[in-house]
Write a protein that binds this ligand. Structure first.
Ligand SMILES: [Zn+2]
Length: 801
């Protein structure tokens, strides 16, 4: 075809899980109302979706917006055998169809994790499963001006050099391969297998832009082969790269012969090469509401943008370009290029300065030392810190030991004064689950007569639990068996057998075993702080002082707590501010007064939801009954109806040894009830985050709230020791989450000032551990559903912020 008649196709393919952090990027880059192709249809992309961590309601949304959804395996593992591929490609296609509600026949593309294929089996298996194309085999050119192949059918196998073996060599008639054509880096030195996989990483927006634009130009001014951008959205975590991409896309939109389309559209064009003025004959190239692009852009189209691309002097890759001639028809260089960029790219995480992790120095109290004056005793952790069972890796931190923090001055800073500067929270930055958990339909039916209520509940449209229910999950390969500590006696309810009749992410038996039997070293120690009661000025200020907006977890996300609020006496503005600072807002009823009248209870809950909804707080997943007094099955029925994710009202018995993990109520039988009324029925998939009583300071009486013990610690040091002892009880055994429960009086009454200093010191201390996370309950539940190793968490795998 005459080159002038060929539309320059540009296609984006993003890999891996579609998580809630990504819309912030996709919705900007691919804004489907403002960004249009020359034919007036929205620009599109292809998402290669793997299963774990994917939010399928988002998958559905992008599908409905016209993007292509394709498949990137269930487990994201190394899939090299026919059997593995058969299972993974089949299951994940069905997962997408089922959970994202996408017709099977619309799911036609496959990309292999790590771009490792099953060779000749790849095309056979995929074809058999109804796939139309594969997009896993890589092609490299040696310099920017080199040309890349068009997509082609594998009727003659893969005829280029095979970068990642094996590649298909036999004919696979009619099955399409979209080669992953490498880009050249911005210095035109080395190929980048993925956009985000360059050896020479662009360091500024201009460099990043130049990198994208000059590669595009090479295709546009060359053979006009479809120009693919294969990448991970992690590239956009670095802001100048996101800005560069946005600028690049905006630049492309000025051309009237450049189309940014999903791969399936490129495929239809390849099957039916169509001149640029007849593109509307292709079925996938039309859309419902084509809109002409703003005329200002048309003006600019007349004068072709003529970006002057600086060509930096290009030092040739030394010693390589003329090596192996054994490769077949390619004109490319070969495997011996220096440091080939990795094709599986770690998400680059920017390195913010870690100002907050320094253990704070607490000046000695001004008053005369208390008798148990060993205020500094915590500096030398007791032997208990290191669990004797895990001698291989010391659980302690690599951070600066507190002992070096010698007091340098005699400043009389109040001990509790902490940096209270707000973290710069980026606007529009999503944080974990963004969907609401409550059942809108039920609410609408129930309150159809109440217009206000219905309106307030309009936003409650999606239910994360619906997405979490019934995954066709392939059981992940068992983690390395945990040899230490020895298996704990299982105290489960009514025949619950983990892995047999109860499986994550939806079901977890009550007990003391780590999810997925994760090894001690890999398991994070969660500490979840809950604060009950009204949110007013005093608690807000104190909370910010002591816990602060500046403390960070090892993944650099801010420390956060769960607030079970009662509406009476709360400031809406402060609630919103806590929420905006990544804390969780959960409910404990409108008045915070226990009520045995279930319908009042329900009405109160709904009234409270409405108030929060009006404030823009639409993620409510948790419930705690006032004063920890559950209302039995009637309460749990309501929680189930409203699709709460968890309840945190039940109490476990006080026992020595390891503590209980949160569990689901699938096999609940109501036995071992500590505080009545406990529910007797089972509730599928509803999590219970039980309160494990802690022993008071003297070790005599159990107490649920840290501030409600019979024998309360009087000094900061005693408070520290009290918390520390409880912490080691968790940390040195099965690492079951440690819940520290406070009522707002602890933060507001001057009587507790010393206790707060002890708490602060405790948080400083455990904050040095690389495996200790202060999280909200909902984040913890998210982890329970998708257990993730400490290393992965620290790399920003499950939660980002
Ligand atoms: Zn991947």
């Amino acid at each position: 075809m005459d080159k002038a008649k060929i539309p320059q196709i540009v296609y984006f393919g993003f890999d891996d899980a579609l998580t809630t952090v990504l819309p912030a990027y996709y919705d900007r880059l691919f804004n489907h109302t403002s960004k249009r192709n020359p034919n007036g249809c929205p620009i599109g992309m292809t998402l290669y979706v793997s299963h774990k961590y994917t939010q399928y309601q988002l998958v559905n949304r992008y599908y409905k917006e016209g993007h292509e959804i394709a498949v990137h395996s269930v487990t994201h593992s190394h899939i090299k055998t026919r059997e593995d591929l058969q299972r993974e490609a089949d299951k994940q296609k069905k997962n997408i169809a089922k959970f994202a509600k996408i017709p099977l026949e619309d799911i036609i593309g496959w990309r292999s994790p790590f771009l490792e294929t099953a060779g000749d089996d790849q095309a056979d298996v995929l074809k058999g499963l109804g796939y139309k194309y594969d997009i896993s085999l890589t092609f490299k050119k040696s310099k920017l001006s080199g040309q890349v192949p068009f997509p082609f059918t594998l009727d003659y196998g893969w005829t280029f050099y095979c970068q990642i073996k094996p590649c298909p060599t036999k004919p696979h008639s009619g099955f399409w391969e979209f080669p992953v054509n490498a880009l050249m880096d911005f210095k035109d030195q080395y190929p980048c297998g993925y956009v985000d996989g360059c050896y020479n990483v662009p360091k500024t927006e201009d460099e990043a832009y130049r990198y994208l634009y000059q590669n595009f130009k090479s295709a546009y001014e060359g053979n006009r082969a479809p120009f693919g951008l294969h990448m991970h959205a992690g590239w956009f975590y670095t802001k100048y790269q996101l800005d560069a991409m946005d600028r690049f896309i905006n630049e492309l939109l000025k051309y009237d012969d450049v189309y940014i389309v999903p791969v399936r559209q490129a495929l239809e064009w390849m099957e039916n090469p169509t001149p640029i003025n007849e593109l509307d004959k292709l079925s996938t190239w039309t859309c419902l509401n084509p809109q002409q692009r703003p005329s200002s852009q048309h003006l600019q189209q007349q004068q072709r943008p003529n970006m002057i691309v600086q060509q930096p002097p290009t030092p040739k890759p030394t010693s390589t370009s003329t090596t192996t001639t054994t490769t077949t028809t390619t004109t490319t260089t070969t495997t011996t290029t220096p440091r080939p960029p990795p094709t599986t790219v770690r998400i680059p995480v920017p390195d913010p300065p870690r100002t907050t992790r320094k253990p704070a120095w607490i000046p000695p109290p001004q008053r005369p030392p208390v008798p148990s004056k060993n205020f500094w005793s915590w500096v030398q952790p007791s032997k208990k810190v290191n669990p004797t069972t895990t001698s291989t890796t010391a659980p302690t931190t690599t951070r600066a030991p507190t002992t070096t923090m010698a007091p340098t001055s005699t400043t009389t800073l109040a001990p509790t004064r902490r940096p209270t500067t707000k973290l710069p929270m980026k606007q529009n930055e999503p944080f974990v689950l963004t969907s609401n958990s409550l059942n809108a339909q039920y609410l609408n039916e129930k309150f159809a007569h109440n217009h206000d209520m219905v309106e307030a509940l309009q936003a409650f449209t999606t239910t994360p639990r619906a997405a979490a229910q019934g995954f066709v999950e392939i059981t992940p390969r068992p983690l390395v068996a945990n040899k230490i500590p020895p298996p704990l006696p299982q105290l489960t309810n009514r025949g619950c057998i983990q892995g047999t009749n109860c499986e994550l992410p939806n079901c977890f038996c009550k007990g003391k075993t780590t999810p997925e039997n994760m090894e001690w070293n890999d398991t994070p120690q969660f500490i979840y702080l809950t604060i009950d009661g009204p949110v007013n000025d005093r608690i807000y200020q104190k909370y910010t002082q002591v816990i602060g907006n500046s403390r960070k977890n090892p993944n650099r996300c801010p420390v956060a707590s769960t607030f079970f609020i009662s509406q009476t006496g709360s400031s809406n503005q402060l609630i919103k501010s806590l929420y905006d600072n990544h804390n969780e807002i959960a409910l404990k009823g409108y008045s915070g007064i226990p009520t045995s009248n279930v319908s009042m209870f329900e009405e109160g809950m709904i009234a409270q939801i409405k108030v929060l909804q009006n404030m823009g707080i639409d993620i409510i997943q948790g419930w705690r009954s006032p004063q920890m007094k559950p209302l039995g099955d009637e309460q749990f029925k309501i929680l189930e109806t409203f699709k709460y994710v968890y309840d945190a009202s039940l109490t476990t018995s006080q026992e020595a040894g390891p503590r209980y993990w949160p569990y689901t109520m699938d096999f609940n039988d109501g036995k071992n009830c500590v505080i009545e009324k406990c529910p007797r029925n089972s509730y599928k998939g509803l999590w219970e985050v039980p309160m494990s009583p802690i022993l008071d300071y003297l070790g005599l009486f159990p107490c649920n709230f840290a501030d409600g013990c019979t024998n309360s610690p009087a000094t900061a040091n005693d408070t520290f020791n009290f918390l520390w002892k409880e912490f080691t009880q968790h940390y040195t055994t099965n690492k079951a989450p440690l819940g520290l429960h406070f009522r707002q009086i602890w933060f507001t009454h001057p009587f507790f000032e010393d206790n707060l200093r002890g708490l602060q010191r405790f948080m400083d201390k455990v904050g040095e551990y690389r495996d200790v996370y202060f999280v909200t309950i909902r984040n913890m539940i998210e982890w329970m559903s998708h257990p993730t190793t400490v290393n992965q968490l620290n790399k920003g795998y499950l939660w980002q912020c």
